[in-house]
Design a protein around this ligand. Sequence first.
Ligand code: PRX
Length: 636
Amino acid sequence: MSNYHIKSLEEYFKVYRHSVREPELFWSEIAEEHFTWRKGWDNILEWDFNKPEIKWFEGAKLNITENCIDRHLLTKGEKTAILFEPNDPNEEAEHISYSDLHKRVNKFANVLKAEGIGKGDRVCIYLPMIPELAVSMLACARIGAIHSVVFAGFSSKALATRIKDCDAKIVITSDGSYRGQKTIDLKGIVDEALKQCPDVASVLVAKRIKSDIEMVDGRDKWLQPLLDEASDECDIEIMEAEDPLFILYTSGSTGKPKGMVHTSAGYMVYTAYTFKNVFQYKNEDVYWCTADIGWITGHSYIVYGPLLNGATSVMFEGVPSYPDFSRFWEIVEKHKVNQFYTAPTAIRALAKENLSYLEKHDLSSLKVLGTVGEPINEEAWHWYNDNVGNKNSPVVDTWWQTETGGIMISPIPYVTPTIPTFATMPLPGVQPALMDENAQEIKGNQVEGMLCIKYPWPGIARTIWGNHERFKNTYFSAYDNMYFTGDGARRDATGYYRITGRVDDVVIVSGHNLGTAPIEDSINEHPAVAESAIVGFPHEIKGNALYGFITLKETGESRVQDNLRKEINQILSEHIGPIAKLDKIQFCDGLPKTRSGKIMRRILRKIASNETDDLGDVSTLQDPEVVENIIEGRIQ
Ligand code: PRX
């Protein structure tokens, strides 16, 4: 029996029990056997959730890129590491072997060094889904620089906030990006952002769409000529186990985004282990995760997890609807994809289209289907299972978060019997707990509560960049000695978990986390707006969409109001990105408030979801009439 690769349910239970009884021994066995270390650890785990402080494998020295690339060179040098599928199906796919990747990462690392980047420096990466994105991340990791990838759908303001928050020295971007038939001027967005970031000394620009862009003298450089000149040898920087590997921003329910910090050794061990088990990856398999690398799913399960296992990882530049809705299935057939990992929102969008898009493609290579990012509804689960998997490929509903680094609760395919919409059981090393309103753990089955984790796992984020206090307050203050996830969950009679959704003011729209407070702050900047409250409501494709209840300083005519709606969404596009746009905007005379002046979002959530029959207790409202008026003006 191997702890590393679970192959039967019996084995799972055995390994799980071991991982709970002797977590340190369990992880150290895995770490020792499956990775290359330059020096072993002195101490496996040091932790205190109340501080919070979490240290795994202290004293160990390593470099994650040696584990992702170098150690495969001898046996898998010619194997495809990254299989790049371009936006345009007529452009040829690119097979980047492990030995090509080694050279490309080294060259990039040398370019960064020549730009004065070294260990601990922050590098902001704002790139589309092109190979340079993965290569630049690995190049940073190779020289010990901390990458901060910003999803290329974020606006210039959102980008500037993230660059400033971590004091990035350099930005890596491209002349633009393709998105279906559209092109996006990424460099223009960077230029705009950098007006607010005087400390960024250089910008490296990859050529992708070959557009005519402006290069700022002394600051901007085309990447390719520098790569051409650079040596393809670059020694690794030897890192301490707890040295930061990257920062990745995630929305909070209040304030600015949180720069979650992941460190070298723990993240490496955790992403490798979870990838191997959740996808049951075998040596010749082709694995494809459709996420963008700008999110944690792409970090952990396009780049690090697969490469750590010597896998072939498909990287897709385009969108599921271009040139038509058969694109995903065409790619599965073309590259004989064995594991396919996507988001419920994509499944719902594709399920709405004609089945012929799918039926004309041979999907028989598929062995495992995964979903991530939000609760999957029963209908979508069945559509995925029946039509994509032909009822032969287990669906793994993987629950995890930016903060957890890797998958936490998930079936193991061909091991765990699945039930639609259930993430099922915790992976080894993960100890979930459900908590009640009195902050007590709810034991037993057939119960529902707030989802917490009781014991550290190697992939947990260690802090929020520059704000450890916020890290503590957000995740470790609600419950004593527990990590609080912000999600609610139910445990059924067999002990299976079903995630019920966020219990804070974060709304997941099309799989993207959006904090409502930052959206409200942006809207309130509009001179006509007095006050706003944003809530989520169920949406057939996006999972949730945003509903804005807004009071104006002066109520105008409906034509003026229509213009205002456009202006408000424009502000949101500029401040955050198009994903933050509101689907519905209702102008109201007042918002429901408690006598102490707090907006009662619970009521607004019900109104937005058209559940007005049961609004609960409204007796504490300042002015109950407000609610009647809002219901009357509700946008269908
Ligand atoms: O609410 C949960 C939801 O996504 C949140 C984490 O979002 P993010 O940090 O952006 O990471 C997404 C990719 C890991 C969680 O708090 N979520 C994620 N996976 C699931 C899910 N909700 C239900 N079921 C899932 N499988």
